[in-house]
Design a protein. Sequence first.
Length: 276
Amino acid sequence: MRAAPTLDRMKKFVLVSVCSIGLLAGCASGSTEGPATSAAPVDTVNDPLEPINRAVLEFNKVVDHFLLKPALLTYQLVPPPIRDGVHNALLNLKAPVIFANDLLQGETGRAGNTAARFAINSTVGLLGIWDPADIWFGIPGHTEDFGQTMATWGAGEGPFLMLPLLGPSNPRDLLGLAVDSAADPFNWYARNIDEDTFIYVRQGLTVLDTRDEVGGSLDALERTSLDFYASLRTIYRQRRADEIKNRPTSQKPTAPSVSMAAKPDDAVETKPAQAK
């Protein structure tokens, strides 16, 4: 049987690709020896591109204020039950990619749950608009992506990145996002029949749904954080670490985006309340 060697070769190829991207992204950091100390805060947080990342965050905030928030206000005119249906349907469309990553991580039980959820929700749930898999059968959803898969294979995350429009990320998760998008069977089908509009509409609805889901917590985080950028960086890394270990998170899993934010119960450093 040659399946195992083939999988090993694929893992090595992907890991080499991640390391190459990480080297290019972090070339400005130089090389250091020994453990990080308080005298080198950039190395401690693995953020050699922090000045650039902060500038990108400011750009993302402008986009959020002038484009995303007005679009969200219009989207929120849609009745909540319909928005819930859109949210469920978008999650259902991710099931094939989640299933593939479950298998690549050797999580056969979770893969079975993903397959069962997709079958039930795509039929009884009316193409995923409703979630009878969870409500009736007690099969809750979960998220997996190729960034998490590479992490379970031993790939490091690399330096922290704040990407234009996409938000918090790192070289490993950025490559994982690209692989997941390319491997998505619904994207394949849409491209094969020259219906790229489906892909654009799906991505647009995903952005609006994500921004709608985090609600006012993003604005609250910015108002109360001593350092909004540092808070986002900390929350992103904590959430990704929890997802990789399949631990419960206080924040619902979302794609890395301009609307990434903490839930109110996430631990962040905040400004002290002013005395009345």
